[in-house]
Design a protein around this ligand. Structure first.
Ligand SMILES: Cc1ncc(COP(=O)(O)O)c(C=O)c1O
Length: 393
């Protein structure tokens, strides 16, 4: 049987990983500045994470949500402490798309309304509502097309006010990434987020913060929207939450009340996924990784700003992007083929850095040296040996 061929892949087989390094089957070491697509938060195969999952696996991996699963409450308790979201409620799922799907569905149940507002260049996942709220027509199937979702430009306060004036009373929710990931590391302005919060309040609409990529400590606060000093009604999470184990969730404000049967899932909140997410939060606390992400991100950003030729360096903490001018279009491929460094991209010309929050100064310096060398070589028009095919993120 063939695999359904939807991913353009690099010809590399990664067989082992530790912290911020991965190795292929020939034993070649790669530096992971991409965090396996923003997924690796506490470092690949962190010993505490491996131990917790192994211990759990030896006891029980799964039983249905029809019985008591105390490890879910254990996870909720530590989540409240680390996130600082007092009295929020946790609903567990398996992926980012599923988190957003449930967030929007819950907003509709809660308000009794149908309309959702999303923004240009947004990415919220590939399931029905999540993909409909994603600003990329090429991945929306005809069956996913809906009039219930509207788009306005990101960071455009005037467009936001106009939209609310016309549609505010029909709006169930607004969904926003404080830092757009797939869209190219676009940071929402603090003033824009504050305006959004107050317009939602005045119109009885919920604010959904899609923190799947920018959340879970990556920006130097637990949620990226925390930098704006406002609260969302629902936060969606996945990626870094499990450090590679598939787990997602939504944090739900206390004013939103549950009802039996309202939401549900077979696998969401299974014992093994909870053990993985618990291990991530325990390590984040013990190793002070959120503060480290802030400091290390600042260091990386300052150094990148000194490299002549990289443009519009932006982001927060360890979620950083910059534009690559057309003369340097081979930069990302050369970093991989000549220096064995994985980075992310966003079309058409953005390099995205999403390393583990545990990345060391030495590893960042290794990356900085390589990128300086490559920029210099590209400036001089030096030829590089044959490179590998592109992979889309
Ligand atoms: C902001 C954002 N939301 C949602 C998703 C979808 O997550 P998943 O691929 O786990 O469904 C992604 C994935 O890249 C994302 O970046």
């Amino acid at each position: 049987m063939k695999l359904f061929d939807v991913y353009p892949v690099q010809d590399i087989n990664i067989v082992r990983a530790k912290d911020s390094y991965v190795w292929d089957e020939q034993g070649v070491q790669y530096l992971d500045m991409y965090g396996g697509h923003a997924v690796i938060s506490i470092g690949h195969t962190h010993p505490h994470w491996v131990q917790r999952i192994t211990d759990q696996l030896n006891r029980i991996a799964f039983y249905s949500n029809s019985v008591q699963i105390p490890i879910q409450q254990e996870l909720a308790t530590i989540m409240e402490r680390v996130s600082g979201k007092k009295d929020y409620q946790l609903f567990l799922v398996n992926s980012g798309a599923e988190a957003n799907e449930n967030a929007m569905k819950l907003a509709s149940f809660h308000t009794g309304r149908k309309k959702i507002l999303a923004f240009s260049k947004s990415f919220h996942g590939r399931t029905s509502l999540a993909v409909a709220a994603t600003d990329n027509k090429s991945i929306v199937a005809p069956v996913n097309e809906t009039d219930h979702i509207d788009f306005i430009p990101f960071n455009d306060a005037a467009a936001l006010e106009t939209y609310f004036k016309a549609n505010g009373s029909d709006l169930a929710a607004v969904i926003i990434e404080t830092i757009q990931g797939v869209g190219g590391i676009n940071v929402a302005d603090e003033a824009f987020l504050k305006l959004l919060r107050s317009l939602c309040d005045r119109n009885g609409a919920l604010l959904i913060a899609d923190e799947v990529q920018c959340g879970f400590g990556r920006t130097g606060k637990f949620f990226a929207i925390d930098h704006a000093g406002i609260e969302a009604d629902i936060y969606s999470m996945a990626k870094g939450m499990g450090n590679g184990f598939p787990v997602g969730g939504i944090l739900i404000a206390p004013h939103i009340k549950p009802k039996h049967g309202m939401l549900g899932t077979t696998f969401g909140g299974n014992h093994l996924a909870c053990a993985a997410a618990l291990a991530v939060l325990e390590v984040m606390e013990r190793e002070d990784l959120i503060e480290k992400a802030r400091q290390r991100g600042q260091y990386l950003m300052n150094k990148l700003k000194k490299i002549d030729g990289l443009e519009n360096i932006r982001g927060m903490g360890l979620m950083i992007g910059f534009d690559v001018p057309s003369d340097f279009r081979d930069l990302r491929r050369n970093l991989l083929s000549a220096h064995h460094i994985f980075t992310g991209e966003a079309k058409p010309n953005v390099i995205r850095l999403l390393p583990a929050l545990s990345i060391s100064r030495k590893q960042m310096d290794e990356f900085l040296e390589a990128i300086e060398e490559e920029v210099e070589a590209l400036r001089k028009g030096e030829e590089k040996e044959e490179v590998m095919p592109e992979r889309e993120s």
